[in-house]
Design a binder for this molecule. Structure first.
Ligand SMILES: [Zn+2]
Length: 132
């Protein structure tokens, strides 16, 4: 029974990773449930939430706070740049910025925990389309 549950959890993890990898878009748990259902794979929201928590713990995906969604890829000292046009997320490594933010937080009396830096805007393609 536990083995079956573990195997099913592994299959759900793989489905979610595949979906996030294919779309390149940040997807919420509910959007993931709907997208997988459209592909003929039915999972309930609680299964999606558990799988997303596992995948975050394993550092295979991370959450994009601005849009309440998840994308494939390791969390880290990166800035998430979210396009308001197409919804895609670009990631930019910024270890110096995160080090400076941690220093500023400590100077302000806060022991830094999780630092998140995100921005919205228009990607190159959507920016060009917006000007035409
Ligand atoms: Zn765009």
């Amino acid at each position: 029974m536990a083995e079956t549950r573990r195997r099913k959890a592994g299959a759900i993890n793989r489905s979610i990773l595949g979906l996030l990898g294919r779309t390149g878009l940040p997807l919420s748990a509910n959007a993931i449930v709907q997208e997988l259902a459209a592909l003929g794979e039915r999972i309930c929201p609680s299964q999606a939430f558990r799988a997303l928590a596992r995948l975050c713990d394993d550092r295979l995906i991370h959450r994009v706070e601005l849009v309440n969604g998840y994308v494939a890829g390791q969390p880290g000292q990166t800035i998430n740049l979210v396009c308001d046009g197409c919804g895609k997320v670009a990631r930019v490594a910024a270890p110096d910025l995160f080090r400076d933010l941690a220093t500023l937080a400590r100077h302000a009396g806060l022991i830094p925990g999780r630092l998140v830096v995100e921005s919205t805007g228009l990607c190159g393609q959507c920016g060009i389309a917006d000007r035409q």
